[in-house]
Design a protein around this ligand. Structure first.
Ligand SMILES: C[S@@+](CC[C@H](N)C(=O)[O-])C[C@H]1O[C@@H](n2cnc3c(N)ncnc32)[C@H](O)[C@@H]1O
Length: 397
């Protein structure tokens, strides 16, 4: 029967997603039979339990919500009859695909497939990721980590370098999440601005070139010539052929005409804005930036309502830092980037732990609403921010 064939096909499509945990949400709505017995809506999502990957079915009744956890291997058996027999509409969200399913009275499905254009909710992915294999595993020596003094030559992470190892892994996990945004048809060009000792630059090279076998070219740029010399020596020693380091100021860098990914880790104060500006002008597909020393707004922010905050230097400083990063995100969103603010590492290790991750959709369209919100915000706080000036050619005058 046609309905049965459809279900078999759908199961074939869903099962790999369910097993991999890349199907991160299914919403079933419009129940065929309304009444106390049937839930108005069911939301299914992956949960990582001690026993492995499960899918949680959250059923919304008029006055209660019930939960049931089903092992990933059996989730399709629970989900498919619900789609066919009980709900008229289903939306399935997978990392790269959306399925919109309409089910008629006889159980026939009409399925529309679309590329997933939405921001993938970080918590849901994290819940699953937290338990998954780290990108870099302890136990096997990884040459660049040994050379950087993070690992011993037999693959153990030095006790004092555990935080650094975690930080590198966390960074690579966040890169892994946006790999799909990077082009695959050419050599990827990546710039790490304010690279310093370049732990992350080497990590990125190892991950993309050695592990992912992508064609890449990475440039690290920093003001400090002694550090750059050391980094170039190490790149040579590791035989990382398309990794090079240059001395220079971010704002003056003109070495490339097109870049796919821009990284900054703790590039001080407005150096982060210079880097974001370069990235946007290059049309970079991915921007990953952990700001620090956000001093620019501190002397500017002013609003009487905020006296309880602004009369205390420490609180004012924290507020000004957050406002700075909020403005950075809002301006990128105004231009059309999709932005997520992520916790880079546990705040107990460093307060500089916010990562701005921005990805460029295929078509960049200006977002008036975000722009208006930005205008109101800056007027409310009586501030002017460098990034707006840097990005002026992308913004209304
Ligand atoms: C706090 S360090 C971080 C280094 C490295 N990214 C890391 O996280 O280990 C900041 C680095 O940014 C560099 N830097 C600051 N302003 C810069 C600019 N305008 N152009 C290039 N490098 C800059 C500094 O020289 C310094 O090495």
């Amino acid at each position: 029967m046609k309905e049965d064939n459809q279900l078999v096909q759908l199961q074939k499509e869903l099962q790999p997603w369910l097993t991999a945990g890349t199907l991160y949400q299914a919403i079933l709505s419009s129940p065929k039979i309304k009444g106390e017995q049937s839930a108005n809506k069911i939301v299914m999502r992956p949960v990582q339990l001690k026993e492995g990957l499960f899918y949680q079915f959250e059923s919304y009744y008029n006055n209660k919500v019930l939960h049931q956890n089903i092992p990933a291997a059996e989730a399709a058996e629970t989900l498919l009859p619900l789609i066919q027999d009980q709900y008229k509409q289903t939306l399935i969200k997978e990392k790269s695909t959306h399925l919109h399913i309409l089910t008629n009275k006889k159980g026939l499905l009409s399925i529309k497939r679309k590329r997933n254009e939405e921001q993938i909710p970080e918590q849901i992915i994290q819940q699953h990721n937290r338990q998954k294999r780290r990108v870099l595993e302890e136990g096997t020596p990884i040459t660049f980590l040994v050379e950087l003094g993070i690992m011993t030559s037999d693959g153990r992470v030095h006790a004092k370098k555990q935080d650094k190892f975690r930080q590198i892994n966390r960074f690579l996990e966040m890169v892994e999440d946006v790999l799909d945004y990077l082009p695959t048809d050419r050599t990827l060009k990546i710039v790490d601005f304010g690279c310093g000792k370049s732990y992350l630059t080497f990590a990125l090279y190892h991950y993309l070139s050695v592990e992912q076998q992508r064609n890449i070219e990475i440039i690290g740029l920093d003001l400090k010539s002694d550090v750059i010399q050391l980094c170039n020596d190490l790149a040579q020693k590791l035989d990382y052929k398309s990794l090079s380091f240059l001395v220079g100021d971010i704002a003056d860098y003109e070495g490339l005409s097109q870049v796919d990914m821009v990284v900054t880790l703790h590039a001080c104060d407005t150096a982060t804005d210079a880097a974001i500006g370069k990235a946007v002008n290059w049309g970079a597909s991915v921007i990953m930036s952990v700001p620090c020393c956000q001093h620019e707004l501190f002397p500017q922010v002013s609003n009487e309502i905020f006296t309880p905050l602004f009369s205390q230097g420490l609180l004012k400083e924290r507020f000004a830092s957050l406002a700075t990063d909020g403005i950075r995100g809002q301006l990128l969103e105004s231009i059309g980037y999709r932005v997520q603010m992520l916790e880079f590492i546990d705040p107990e290790h460093t307060p500089k732990n916010l990562l701005i991750r921005a990805v460029r959709p295929d078509v960049l369209s200006f977002n008036e609403q975000k722009w208006d919100q930005y205008q109101q915000f800056k007027q409310f706080l009586a501030v002017e921010h460098s990034l707006e000036k840097i990005l002026k050619s992308h913004l209304p005058s």
